[in-house]
Design a protein around this ligand. Structure first.
Ligand SMILES: C[S@@+](CC[C@H](N)C(=O)[O-])C[C@H]1O[C@@H](n2cnc3c(N)ncnc32)[C@H](O)[C@@H]1O
Length: 348
């Protein structure tokens, strides 16, 4: 999924750094700022995973593929409604057939598409999302879906939305002209699941609070690194996951933030938040991924991590990578650098 700070491109580099510090008998891995869940999903092959994010749509992506250890079988759906595979059921249904959905249940169409005066997606794709989300809620209310099945389907909707969204990267604004992506038909995405047979656990909390209650071997910290809050940039995905008919405002149709603002996006608050995170972390091996032009300076990161780390364990590894940026006329390559900062910690 396109997401600011998504680590999919860097997973193998991150793994190399982690492997160079962590002994083979490490068992658990916590991805405390999980976002798209790409890191948690990747390391699930090797570790019991704990994952977390402030955003609910991220929780759904995690819950679907981390806590679920198999693709759900949808037995009750089959038994009661004769639907074997709900993803193909939604994807193969003609849009005309979805027109039976009452107007007041079409939150996406009434808010994010031209019917609602915005252009995040076409009217027909908005209706396809509305239809799927309404039916998924109805199945859950009728207890035809287990929790695992419910989160799997919600995550399949969320993963599908960016493929048809008329945006230049984030949902901070929609484009005024239709991007070719918008003319594709919206589809739910089937999510692969790595089975590890372990007691994996997902959370939707402030990481600073959560770290007071959990412990383990490896803590991977990938916080926001600039002042762009995530919720305003991904509000449409949050609403696809919650489907809670929020009162949206402004030209861009933002939803209220309900305490989902991150201290890691505030120059004034970030150091205090970072120190509290490191101080409370009950993990033996701590890795921070951070951009070299983030709002925390390396000197501050070093001072804080040295204070809580075992003597001489502090180490910085730089990872260089390329990112493609496109605007309406051209595609350019930008050279970027990310650091992975390590300490080991004495834990009780
Ligand atoms: C750089 S992104 C993580 C990207 C992720 N590693 C990936 O590959 O998709 C940072 C994430 O931290 C989350 N976040 C920010 N502050 C948080 C907090 N206090 N507690 C939990 N999550 C937080 C944001 O919602 C965002 O998803």
């Amino acid at each position: 999924m396109r997401y600011i700070g998504n680590k999919t491109q860097l997973l193998q580099n991150i793994e190399k750094v982690i492997r160079s510090h962590v002994p083979d008998d490490a068992k658990s891995f916590c991805d405390i700022f999980s976002g798209t869940a790409s890191v948690a999903r990747y390391f699930k092959k090797d570790f019991e995973i704990y994952s977390n994010d402030l955003l609910y749509f991220s929780y759904c992506l995690q819950r679907a593929t981390i806590e679920n250890d198999d693709i759900p079988t949808f037995d009750k759906l089959k038994e009661e409604l004769n639907i074997d595979d709900p993803i193909s059921y939604f994807n193969n249904m003609p849009t005309d057939q979805m027109e039976s959905l009452p107007q007041e249940k079409r939150f996406f169409q009434n808010t994010y598409s031209p019917v609602g005066g915005r252009m995040y997606m076409t009217d027909s794709n908005a209706l396809r999302i509305d239809y799927a989300r309404n039916v998924i809620e109805e199945w859950r209310n009728k207890k035809i879906l287990s929790d695992n099945e419910y989160y799997y389907l919600v995550a399949s909707v969320v993963e599908g939305v960016p493929f048809i969204s008329n945006i230049a990267g984030t949902y901070g604004a929609y484009s005024k002209k239709w991007d070719p992506r918008s003319s594709k038909k919206f589809e739910l995405v089937e999510l692969p699941i790595v089975k590890n047979g372990k007691n994996n656990k997902c959370y939707n909390e402030d990481g600073l609070e959560l770290l007071k209650h959990i412990s383990g071997d490896i803590l991977y910290i990938d916080p926001p690194y600039n002042s762009r809050q995530y919720l305003p940039n991904y509000h449409v995905l949050e609403t696809a996951a919650k489907y809670d008919y929020p009162e949206v405002r402004g030209v861009t149709g933002q939803r209220p933030d309900n305490g989902q603002k991150s201290d890691f996006c505030s120059k004034r608050k970030v150091l205090k938040a970072f120190e509290s995170l490191i101080a409370n972390a009950n993990f033996k091996h701590i890795f921070l991924s951070y951009s070299t032009d983030g709002i925390m300076q390396l000197e501050d990161i070093e001072r804080i991590m040295q204070k809580y780390g075992k003597p001489d364990s502090f180490e910085v590894t730089y990872i260089s990578y390329k990112r493609f940026k496109s605007n309406s006329n051209s595609r350019i390559t930008v050279d970027l650098e990310e650091m992975v900062v390590y300490i080991s910690k004495e834990v009780k």
